[in-house]
Design a binder for this molecule. Structure first.
Ligand SMILES: [Ca+2]
Ligand SMILES: [Ca+2]
Ligand SMILES: [Ca+2]
Ligand SMILES: [Ca+2]
Length: 499
Protein backbone atom coordinates (compact mmCIF):
# COMPACT_ATOMS: atom_id res chain seq x y z
CA UNK A 1 0.00 0.00 0.00
CA UNK A 2 1.47 3.39 -0.86
CA UNK A 3 1.31 6.25 1.60
CA UNK A 4 -1.31 8.11 -0.44
CA UNK A 5 -3.67 5.18 -0.21
CA UNK A 6 -2.93 4.80 3.46
CA UNK A 7 -3.61 8.47 4.14
CA UNK A 8 -6.85 8.28 2.18
CA UNK A 9 -8.01 5.28 4.17
CA UNK A 10 -7.42 6.91 7.48
CA UNK A 11 -9.89 9.41 8.83
CA UNK A 12 -8.64 9.67 12.37
CA UNK A 13 -8.81 13.01 14.10
CA UNK A 14 -6.10 14.32 16.33
CA UNK A 15 -6.67 14.12 20.01
CA UNK A 16 -5.73 17.44 21.47
CA UNK A 17 -4.06 17.66 24.80
CA UNK A 18 -5.41 20.55 26.83
CA UNK A 19 -2.85 22.30 29.01
CA UNK A 20 -4.01 23.82 32.25
CA UNK A 21 -3.26 27.51 32.53
CA UNK A 22 -1.66 28.52 35.80
CA UNK A 23 -2.40 32.15 36.75
CA UNK A 24 -0.05 34.57 38.53
CA UNK A 25 3.21 34.94 36.70
CA UNK A 26 6.02 32.73 35.66
CA UNK A 27 5.94 29.11 36.57
CA UNK A 28 9.42 27.66 36.78
CA UNK A 29 9.32 24.20 35.23
CA UNK A 30 7.01 22.46 37.68
CA UNK A 31 7.72 18.88 38.51
CA UNK A 32 5.42 16.70 36.45
CA UNK A 33 2.63 15.43 38.67
CA UNK A 34 1.16 12.55 36.73
CA UNK A 35 -1.83 10.94 38.34
CA UNK A 36 -2.97 7.70 36.75
CA UNK A 37 -6.27 8.17 34.96
CA UNK A 38 -7.11 4.53 34.34
CA UNK A 39 -6.55 3.00 37.76
CA UNK A 40 -7.53 -0.62 37.15
CA UNK A 41 -6.03 -3.01 34.60
CA UNK A 42 -7.85 -3.91 31.38
CA UNK A 43 -10.86 -6.17 32.00
CA UNK A 44 -11.57 -4.53 35.35
CA UNK A 45 -15.08 -3.47 34.41
CA UNK A 46 -16.47 -2.91 37.92
CA UNK A 47 -13.61 -0.72 39.12
CA UNK A 48 -12.20 -2.71 42.05
CA UNK A 49 -8.80 -2.93 40.30
CA UNK A 50 -9.05 -6.70 39.80
CA UNK A 51 -9.71 -7.99 36.24
CA UNK A 52 -13.07 -9.65 35.69
CA UNK A 53 -13.11 -12.99 33.82
CA UNK A 54 -15.08 -13.13 30.55
CA UNK A 55 -16.27 -16.46 29.08
CA UNK A 56 -17.95 -16.87 25.69
CA UNK A 57 -20.43 -19.72 25.12
CA UNK A 58 -21.47 -19.27 21.47
CA UNK A 59 -23.84 -22.26 21.36
CA UNK A 60 -24.70 -23.67 17.94
CA UNK A 61 -27.31 -25.87 16.23
CA UNK A 62 -30.07 -23.52 17.28
CA UNK A 63 -28.69 -22.92 20.77
CA UNK A 64 -28.25 -19.19 21.38
CA UNK A 65 -24.95 -17.66 22.42
CA UNK A 66 -24.14 -16.14 25.79
CA UNK A 67 -21.26 -14.31 27.41
CA UNK A 68 -20.63 -14.54 31.13
CA UNK A 69 -18.68 -11.88 33.03
CA UNK A 70 -17.54 -12.83 36.50
CA UNK A 71 -17.24 -9.45 38.24
CA UNK A 72 -14.87 -9.53 41.19
CA UNK A 73 -16.98 -6.87 42.99
CA UNK A 74 -14.40 -5.86 45.60
CA UNK A 75 -14.78 -9.14 47.49
CA UNK A 76 -18.45 -9.66 46.61
CA UNK A 77 -18.24 -11.48 43.28
CA UNK A 78 -21.22 -11.48 40.95
CA UNK A 79 -21.84 -12.95 37.51
CA UNK A 80 -23.56 -11.05 34.70
CA UNK A 81 -24.83 -12.98 31.65
CA UNK A 82 -25.32 -11.30 28.26
CA UNK A 83 -27.42 -13.07 25.62
CA UNK A 84 -27.33 -13.01 21.83
CA UNK A 85 -27.95 -15.17 18.76
CA UNK A 86 -26.07 -18.35 17.82
CA UNK A 87 -22.37 -17.51 17.61
CA UNK A 88 -22.54 -14.60 20.08
CA UNK A 89 -19.45 -15.10 22.27
CA UNK A 90 -17.25 -16.78 19.62
CA UNK A 91 -14.73 -14.06 20.52
CA UNK A 92 -14.44 -11.71 23.52
CA UNK A 93 -12.14 -8.75 24.15
CA UNK A 94 -11.90 -5.38 25.87
CA UNK A 95 -11.49 -1.90 24.42
CA UNK A 96 -10.23 1.39 25.85
CA UNK A 97 -12.00 4.53 24.61
CA UNK A 98 -10.65 7.00 27.21
CA UNK A 99 -10.23 10.48 25.74
CA UNK A 100 -10.20 12.95 28.61
CA UNK A 101 -10.55 13.35 32.36
CA UNK A 102 -13.79 11.85 33.58
CA UNK A 103 -13.87 9.08 30.98
CA UNK A 104 -13.05 6.44 33.61
CA UNK A 105 -15.89 4.15 32.56
CA UNK A 106 -14.27 3.91 29.13
CA UNK A 107 -10.95 2.61 30.49
CA UNK A 108 -12.07 -0.95 29.73
CA UNK A 109 -15.26 -1.85 27.88
CA UNK A 110 -16.50 -5.30 26.97
CA UNK A 111 -16.43 -6.37 23.31
CA UNK A 112 -18.26 -9.48 22.02
CA UNK A 113 -17.97 -11.02 18.55
CA UNK A 114 -21.10 -12.48 16.95
CA UNK A 115 -19.87 -13.75 13.56
CA UNK A 116 -22.90 -15.89 12.64
CA UNK A 117 -25.30 -12.93 12.54
CA UNK A 118 -27.24 -11.89 9.47
CA UNK A 119 -26.59 -8.29 8.43
CA UNK A 120 -29.05 -6.71 5.96
CA UNK A 121 -30.12 -10.14 4.76
CA UNK A 122 -26.54 -11.39 4.39
CA UNK A 123 -26.19 -14.59 6.42
CA UNK A 124 -23.09 -14.94 8.59
CA UNK A 125 -21.87 -11.45 7.71
CA UNK A 126 -21.24 -10.94 11.43
CA UNK A 127 -21.42 -8.20 14.05
CA UNK A 128 -19.47 -6.93 17.05
CA UNK A 129 -21.06 -5.56 20.24
CA UNK A 130 -19.55 -2.92 22.51
CA UNK A 131 -20.72 -2.58 26.14
CA UNK A 132 -19.86 -0.24 28.98
CA UNK A 133 -20.34 -1.24 32.60
CA UNK A 134 -22.91 0.81 34.48
CA UNK A 135 -21.96 0.72 38.17
CA UNK A 136 -25.35 2.06 39.30
CA UNK A 137 -27.43 -0.57 37.49
CA UNK A 138 -24.58 -3.05 38.14
CA UNK A 139 -24.80 -4.41 34.62
CA UNK A 140 -23.47 -3.93 31.10
CA UNK A 141 -25.14 -1.41 28.84
CA UNK A 142 -24.84 -1.78 25.08
CA UNK A 143 -23.11 1.18 23.45
CA UNK A 144 -23.09 -0.02 19.85
CA UNK A 145 -23.60 -2.86 17.40
CA UNK A 146 -20.84 -2.56 14.83
CA UNK A 147 -20.88 -4.31 11.45
CA UNK A 148 -18.78 -3.94 8.32
CA UNK A 149 -21.56 -1.59 7.20
CA UNK A 150 -21.32 0.79 10.18
CA UNK A 151 -20.50 4.41 9.51
CA UNK A 152 -16.75 4.80 8.87
CA UNK A 153 -15.92 1.14 9.35
CA UNK A 154 -13.80 0.45 6.29
CA UNK A 155 -15.09 -2.19 3.89
CA UNK A 156 -18.58 -3.55 3.27
CA UNK A 157 -20.48 -6.47 4.82
CA UNK A 158 -20.46 -9.75 2.94
CA UNK A 159 -22.40 -12.98 3.36
CA UNK A 160 -20.17 -15.51 5.09
CA UNK A 161 -17.43 -13.02 6.01
CA UNK A 162 -17.88 -13.78 9.75
CA UNK A 163 -16.91 -10.28 10.94
CA UNK A 164 -16.14 -10.69 14.67
CA UNK A 165 -14.86 -14.30 14.54
CA UNK A 166 -11.71 -12.99 16.24
CA UNK A 167 -11.07 -9.79 18.24
CA UNK A 168 -8.06 -8.08 19.81
CA UNK A 169 -7.12 -4.73 21.30
CA UNK A 170 -4.07 -3.59 23.25
CA UNK A 171 -4.51 -4.22 26.95
CA UNK A 172 -2.90 -2.34 29.83
CA UNK A 173 -1.79 -3.12 33.36
CA UNK A 174 -3.15 -0.99 36.21
CA UNK A 175 -2.43 2.73 36.66
CA UNK A 176 -2.08 4.08 33.14
CA UNK A 177 -0.90 7.68 32.94
CA UNK A 178 -2.43 9.58 30.02
CA UNK A 179 -4.57 6.76 28.56
CA UNK A 180 -5.59 6.93 24.90
CA UNK A 181 -8.30 5.29 22.81
CA UNK A 182 -6.96 2.06 21.32
CA UNK A 183 -7.67 0.36 18.02
CA UNK A 184 -10.06 -2.59 18.06
CA UNK A 185 -9.02 -5.27 15.55
CA UNK A 186 -11.78 -7.44 14.07
CA UNK A 187 -11.14 -10.63 12.07
CA UNK A 188 -13.42 -11.64 9.17
CA UNK A 189 -11.83 -14.95 8.08
CA UNK A 190 -14.57 -15.69 5.54
CA UNK A 191 -14.24 -12.39 3.67
CA UNK A 192 -13.84 -12.81 -0.10
CA UNK A 193 -11.38 -10.67 -2.04
CA UNK A 194 -11.42 -10.41 -5.84
CA UNK A 195 -10.81 -13.93 -7.25
CA UNK A 196 -9.91 -15.05 -3.72
CA UNK A 197 -12.86 -16.52 -1.80
CA UNK A 198 -12.33 -16.83 1.95
CA UNK A 199 -9.01 -15.01 1.82
CA UNK A 200 -10.07 -13.20 5.00
CA UNK A 201 -9.64 -9.67 6.26
CA UNK A 202 -8.80 -7.73 9.40
CA UNK A 203 -10.45 -4.38 10.09
CA UNK A 204 -9.59 -1.89 12.82
CA UNK A 205 -11.09 1.29 14.24
CA UNK A 206 -11.22 3.49 17.30
CA UNK A 207 -14.39 4.26 19.24
CA UNK A 208 -14.42 7.51 21.20
CA UNK A 209 -15.88 8.36 24.59
CA UNK A 210 -18.40 11.00 23.52
CA UNK A 211 -20.05 9.06 20.71
CA UNK A 212 -19.87 5.57 19.26
CA UNK A 213 -19.12 6.48 15.66
CA UNK A 214 -16.06 4.46 14.73
CA UNK A 215 -13.10 6.26 13.20
CA UNK A 216 -9.54 5.80 12.04
CA UNK A 217 -7.98 2.44 11.57
CA UNK A 218 -7.21 0.15 8.71
CA UNK A 219 -8.63 -2.49 6.45
CA UNK A 220 -5.87 -5.05 6.19
CA UNK A 221 -5.94 -7.74 3.47
CA UNK A 222 -3.41 -10.21 2.08
CA UNK A 223 -3.22 -7.94 -0.98
CA UNK A 224 -1.40 -5.47 1.32
CA UNK A 225 1.33 -8.14 1.49
CA UNK A 226 1.30 -8.72 -2.26
CA UNK A 227 -0.70 -11.98 -1.98
CA UNK A 228 -3.63 -11.94 -4.40
CA UNK A 229 -6.04 -14.15 -6.34
CA UNK A 230 -5.69 -17.94 -6.06
CA UNK A 231 -2.59 -17.51 -3.84
CA UNK A 232 -4.84 -15.83 -1.24
CA UNK A 233 -7.97 -17.99 -1.69
CA UNK A 234 -8.95 -19.89 1.45
CA UNK A 235 -6.22 -18.25 3.58
CA UNK A 236 -8.77 -17.14 6.22
CA UNK A 237 -6.74 -14.14 7.42
CA UNK A 238 -8.17 -12.97 10.74
CA UNK A 239 -8.87 -16.47 12.14
CA UNK A 240 -6.69 -15.53 15.12
CA UNK A 241 -5.47 -12.15 16.42
CA UNK A 242 -3.10 -10.77 19.04
CA UNK A 243 -1.94 -7.21 19.78
CA UNK A 244 0.96 -6.01 21.90
CA UNK A 245 3.03 -2.84 21.79
CA UNK A 246 3.38 -1.74 18.18
CA UNK A 247 2.59 -5.14 16.67
CA UNK A 248 -0.65 -6.81 15.59
CA UNK A 249 -0.47 -10.49 14.56
CA UNK A 250 -3.21 -12.04 12.41
CA UNK A 251 -3.27 -15.75 11.60
CA UNK A 252 -4.07 -16.97 8.08
CA UNK A 253 -4.02 -20.76 8.72
CA UNK A 254 -5.38 -21.61 5.27
CA UNK A 255 -2.67 -19.70 3.39
CA UNK A 256 -1.10 -21.43 0.41
CA UNK A 257 2.72 -21.36 0.69
CA UNK A 258 4.68 -22.44 -2.37
CA UNK A 259 1.50 -24.00 -3.78
CA UNK A 260 0.88 -26.03 -0.63
CA UNK A 261 -2.72 -25.52 0.49
CA UNK A 262 -3.26 -24.76 4.16
CA UNK A 263 0.43 -24.52 5.05
CA UNK A 264 -0.59 -21.30 6.76
CA UNK A 265 0.95 -17.94 7.57
CA UNK A 266 0.74 -15.08 10.03
CA UNK A 267 0.59 -11.44 8.97
CA UNK A 268 2.20 -8.77 11.15
CA UNK A 269 1.06 -5.16 11.08
CA UNK A 270 3.06 -2.39 12.75
CA UNK A 271 1.74 0.76 14.38
CA UNK A 272 3.64 4.01 13.83
CA UNK A 273 6.54 4.41 16.32
CA UNK A 274 5.54 5.85 19.68
CA UNK A 275 1.90 5.37 18.91
CA UNK A 276 0.70 1.95 20.06
CA UNK A 277 -2.92 2.90 19.56
CA UNK A 278 -2.32 3.62 15.89
CA UNK A 279 -3.61 7.21 16.05
CA UNK A 280 -2.93 9.89 15.03
CA UNK A 281 -1.39 8.68 11.80
CA UNK A 282 2.00 9.75 10.59
CA UNK A 283 2.22 8.41 7.04
CA UNK A 284 5.57 7.00 6.07
CA UNK A 285 6.81 6.36 9.59
CA UNK A 286 5.52 2.86 10.07
CA UNK A 287 7.11 -0.41 9.05
CA UNK A 288 5.24 -2.10 6.16
CA UNK A 289 3.42 -5.32 7.10
CA UNK A 290 5.26 -8.65 6.82
CA UNK A 291 4.21 -12.27 6.43
CA UNK A 292 5.67 -15.05 8.60
CA UNK A 293 5.49 -18.66 7.35
CA UNK A 294 7.53 -21.86 7.37
CA UNK A 295 8.80 -21.22 3.86
CA UNK A 296 11.14 -18.49 5.23
CA UNK A 297 14.71 -19.43 6.09
CA UNK A 298 14.38 -17.54 9.40
CA UNK A 299 11.55 -19.84 10.43
CA UNK A 300 12.53 -23.36 11.47
CA UNK A 301 10.55 -26.15 9.79
CA UNK A 302 9.15 -26.70 6.32
CA UNK A 303 5.91 -25.40 4.87
CA UNK A 304 3.69 -28.43 4.23
CA UNK A 305 0.08 -28.76 3.13
CA UNK A 306 -2.30 -28.64 6.08
CA UNK A 307 0.17 -27.41 8.74
CA UNK A 308 -2.27 -24.57 9.56
CA UNK A 309 0.52 -22.28 10.83
CA UNK A 310 -1.38 -19.33 12.34
CA UNK A 311 -4.38 -21.25 13.68
CA UNK A 312 -3.40 -19.62 16.99
CA UNK A 313 -1.15 -16.59 17.68
CA UNK A 314 0.02 -14.85 20.83
CA UNK A 315 2.32 -11.85 21.37
CA UNK A 316 4.37 -11.68 24.59
CA UNK A 317 5.98 -8.72 26.27
CA UNK A 318 9.77 -8.81 26.50
CA UNK A 319 11.02 -7.92 29.97
CA UNK A 320 13.05 -4.70 29.89
CA UNK A 321 12.37 -3.81 26.24
CA UNK A 322 8.92 -2.42 25.39
CA UNK A 323 9.98 -1.91 21.75
CA UNK A 324 10.09 -5.61 20.93
CA UNK A 325 7.70 -8.54 21.38
CA UNK A 326 7.90 -12.30 21.15
CA UNK A 327 5.48 -14.11 18.85
CA UNK A 328 4.21 -17.66 19.34
CA UNK A 329 2.37 -19.27 16.42
CA UNK A 330 0.53 -22.59 16.64
CA UNK A 331 0.44 -25.00 13.69
CA UNK A 332 -1.81 -27.80 14.97
CA UNK A 333 -1.84 -29.58 11.60
CA UNK A 334 1.91 -30.15 11.62
CA UNK A 335 2.93 -33.79 11.05
CA UNK A 336 5.98 -34.99 13.00
CA UNK A 337 7.65 -38.10 11.63
CA UNK A 338 4.72 -40.38 10.93
CA UNK A 339 2.44 -38.65 13.44
CA UNK A 340 -0.31 -36.88 11.54
CA UNK A 341 -1.54 -33.60 13.06
CA UNK A 342 0.73 -33.92 16.09
CA UNK A 343 1.14 -30.13 16.03
CA UNK A 344 3.89 -27.61 16.65
CA UNK A 345 4.50 -24.09 17.95
CA UNK A 346 6.98 -21.59 16.43
CA UNK A 347 8.47 -18.89 18.66
CA UNK A 348 10.49 -15.86 17.61
CA UNK A 349 11.23 -12.23 18.33
CA UNK A 350 9.72 -9.32 16.40
CA UNK A 351 11.56 -5.98 16.35
CA UNK A 352 9.50 -3.23 14.65
CA UNK A 353 12.51 -0.87 14.63
CA UNK A 354 14.58 -3.05 12.29
CA UNK A 355 14.49 -3.13 8.49
CA UNK A 356 14.08 -6.91 8.84
CA UNK A 357 11.75 -7.06 11.87
CA UNK A 358 11.70 -10.87 12.11
CA UNK A 359 14.47 -12.55 14.08
CA UNK A 360 14.92 -16.34 14.04
CA UNK A 361 11.89 -18.52 14.83
CA UNK A 362 12.45 -21.91 16.45
CA UNK A 363 10.04 -24.86 16.62
CA UNK A 364 8.77 -26.60 19.74
CA UNK A 365 6.59 -29.72 19.94
CA UNK A 366 5.76 -32.44 22.46
CA UNK A 367 9.05 -34.26 21.83
CA UNK A 368 11.11 -31.07 22.43
CA UNK A 369 13.24 -30.59 25.53
CA UNK A 370 11.18 -28.96 28.31
CA UNK A 371 7.83 -30.14 26.88
CA UNK A 372 5.37 -32.55 28.53
CA UNK A 373 3.91 -35.63 26.82
CA UNK A 374 4.76 -37.27 23.49
CA UNK A 375 3.98 -36.25 19.92
CA UNK A 376 1.21 -38.54 18.60
CA UNK A 377 -1.37 -38.70 15.82
CA UNK A 378 -4.14 -36.15 16.23
CA UNK A 379 -2.77 -34.32 19.30
CA UNK A 380 -3.19 -30.92 17.59
CA UNK A 381 -0.60 -29.33 19.92
CA UNK A 382 -0.68 -25.58 19.26
CA UNK A 383 -4.45 -25.29 18.75
CA UNK A 384 -4.23 -22.54 21.38
CA UNK A 385 -1.25 -20.49 22.60
CA UNK A 386 -0.93 -17.99 25.42
CA UNK A 387 1.60 -16.86 28.02
CA UNK A 388 2.31 -17.10 31.73
CA UNK A 389 5.09 -15.71 33.87
CA UNK A 390 6.24 -18.87 35.71
CA UNK A 391 9.47 -19.68 37.53
CA UNK A 392 11.03 -16.34 36.66
CA UNK A 393 10.36 -16.21 32.90
CA UNK A 394 7.62 -15.80 30.32
CA UNK A 395 6.51 -19.27 29.31
CA UNK A 396 4.60 -20.23 26.20
CA UNK A 397 1.41 -21.96 27.32
CA UNK A 398 0.15 -24.48 24.74
CA UNK A 399 -3.16 -26.28 24.44
CA UNK A 400 -3.27 -29.83 23.03
CA UNK A 401 -7.00 -30.61 22.75
CA UNK A 402 -6.48 -33.87 20.81
CA UNK A 403 -4.25 -35.43 23.48
CA UNK A 404 -5.44 -38.86 24.58
CA UNK A 405 -5.16 -39.41 28.33
CA UNK A 406 -4.56 -43.13 28.81
CA UNK A 407 -7.17 -44.68 26.52
CA UNK A 408 -9.48 -41.65 26.72
CA UNK A 409 -9.52 -40.03 23.30
CA UNK A 410 -9.27 -36.26 22.82
CA UNK A 411 -9.44 -35.50 26.53
CA UNK A 412 -6.81 -32.82 26.01
CA UNK A 413 -4.02 -31.23 28.01
CA UNK A 414 -2.22 -27.94 28.64
CA UNK A 415 1.45 -27.23 29.31
CA UNK A 416 3.96 -24.44 29.91
CA UNK A 417 6.96 -24.92 27.60
CA UNK A 418 10.36 -25.13 29.25
CA UNK A 419 8.98 -26.44 32.55
CA UNK A 420 8.44 -30.10 31.52
CA UNK A 421 5.07 -29.73 33.24
CA UNK A 422 1.63 -30.44 31.77
CA UNK A 423 -1.85 -30.98 33.13
CA UNK A 424 -4.84 -33.04 32.07
CA UNK A 425 -8.13 -33.38 33.93
CA UNK A 426 -6.67 -36.55 35.49
CA UNK A 427 -3.75 -34.63 37.05
CA UNK A 428 -3.81 -34.27 40.84
CA UNK A 429 -6.03 -31.41 42.08
CA UNK A 430 -7.56 -30.82 38.61
CA UNK A 431 -11.37 -31.26 38.74
CA UNK A 432 -13.64 -32.79 36.10
CA UNK A 433 -11.89 -36.01 35.05
CA UNK A 434 -10.42 -36.77 31.62
CA UNK A 435 -13.30 -37.87 29.34
CA UNK A 436 -13.62 -38.58 25.64
CA UNK A 437 -13.94 -35.37 23.64
CA UNK A 438 -13.36 -32.90 26.51
CA UNK A 439 -10.87 -31.02 24.30
CA UNK A 440 -9.14 -29.45 27.28
CA UNK A 441 -6.81 -26.73 25.98
CA UNK A 442 -8.76 -26.01 22.79
CA UNK A 443 -8.85 -22.43 24.08
CA UNK A 444 -6.79 -20.34 26.52
CA UNK A 445 -7.22 -16.93 28.11
CA UNK A 446 -5.89 -14.45 25.57
CA UNK A 447 -4.46 -11.70 27.75
CA UNK A 448 -3.04 -12.90 31.09
CA UNK A 449 -0.14 -10.42 30.94
CA UNK A 450 -2.20 -7.56 32.41
CA UNK A 451 -1.58 -8.72 35.98
CA UNK A 452 1.89 -9.88 37.10
CA UNK A 453 1.90 -13.58 37.91
CA UNK A 454 -1.46 -14.29 36.31
CA UNK A 455 -1.81 -17.43 34.20
CA UNK A 456 -4.41 -17.97 31.48
CA UNK A 457 -7.66 -19.76 32.23
CA UNK A 458 -8.10 -22.99 30.24
CA UNK A 459 -11.12 -23.88 28.11
CA UNK A 460 -12.62 -27.38 28.11
CA UNK A 461 -15.32 -26.74 25.47
CA UNK A 462 -16.21 -30.42 25.04
CA UNK A 463 -16.84 -31.08 28.75
CA UNK A 464 -20.17 -32.87 29.43
CA UNK A 465 -21.35 -33.26 25.85
CA UNK A 466 -20.37 -29.82 24.67
CA UNK A 467 -21.74 -28.01 27.70
CA UNK A 468 -18.21 -26.76 28.08
CA UNK A 469 -16.19 -25.67 31.07
CA UNK A 470 -13.35 -23.37 32.12
CA UNK A 471 -10.51 -24.25 34.49
CA UNK A 472 -9.13 -21.36 36.54
CA UNK A 473 -6.03 -21.32 38.72
CA UNK A 474 -4.46 -24.24 36.88
CA UNK A 475 -1.06 -22.81 35.98
CA UNK A 476 -0.76 -20.29 38.81
CA UNK A 477 1.50 -21.72 41.47
CA UNK A 478 -0.27 -22.44 44.75
CA UNK A 479 -3.78 -21.66 43.43
CA UNK A 480 -6.86 -23.78 43.99
CA UNK A 481 -8.06 -25.10 40.63
CA UNK A 482 -11.75 -24.46 39.93
CA UNK A 483 -14.01 -25.85 37.20
CA UNK A 484 -16.90 -23.68 36.03
CA UNK A 485 -19.48 -25.38 33.82
CA UNK A 486 -21.67 -24.01 31.05
CA UNK A 487 -25.45 -23.82 31.33
CA UNK A 488 -26.55 -26.66 29.01
CA UNK A 489 -25.33 -29.26 26.48
CA UNK A 490 -24.19 -27.56 23.29
CA UNK A 491 -23.49 -24.21 24.96
CA UNK A 492 -19.75 -24.59 24.19
CA UNK A 493 -18.89 -22.59 27.32
CA UNK A 494 -15.21 -21.63 27.16
CA UNK A 495 -15.02 -21.24 23.37
CA UNK A 496 -13.54 -17.79 24.14
CA UNK A 497 -11.85 -16.72 27.38
CA UNK A 498 -10.38 -13.44 28.66
CA UNK A 499 -8.20 -12.17 30.10
CA1 LIG B 1 -13.11 -6.18 38.82
CA1 LIG C 1 5.71 -27.71 8.73
CA1 LIG D 1 0.64 -36.33 22.74
CA1 LIG E 1 -13.71 -33.79 31.81
Amino acid sequence: MDTTARARRRTGSLLLAVAAVVGGGIVAAPAAVAEPECLGPSYDFDGDRVPDAVVGAPGGSGRAGTVEVRLTGDGEPRTVVLRGPVGFGTAVAQLRSYEQEGDDRFCSQLVVGSPEETVFGMPRAGAVYLYEYDPVAATFVRRERITADSESVLGTPQAGARFGAALASASAPEETIDPKPQLLWVGSPGHDATSAPDSGRVTSFVVGATDTTTRGGEVFDLADLGVRGTAAAGAALGSSLSVRGQVMAAGAPGLRVGGLAGAGGTALWFAPPGDPGGLPPEPGTQHPPVLVHQGLTRVQGEAEAGDRFGAAVHLFPVVGDPQVVDLAVGSPGEDLGGDVDAGMVSIGRVHPGLTQPLLDFRSRHQDSSGAAGTAEDGDRFGSAVSGAFLRGAWRVVVGTPGEDVGTVRDAGMVQALGTWQGWSQDSPAVPGGAETGDLMGATLGADPEIVPGRAPDVGVPGENGGTGAVLTGLLAEGSVVRLDLGAAPGARYGRAIAP
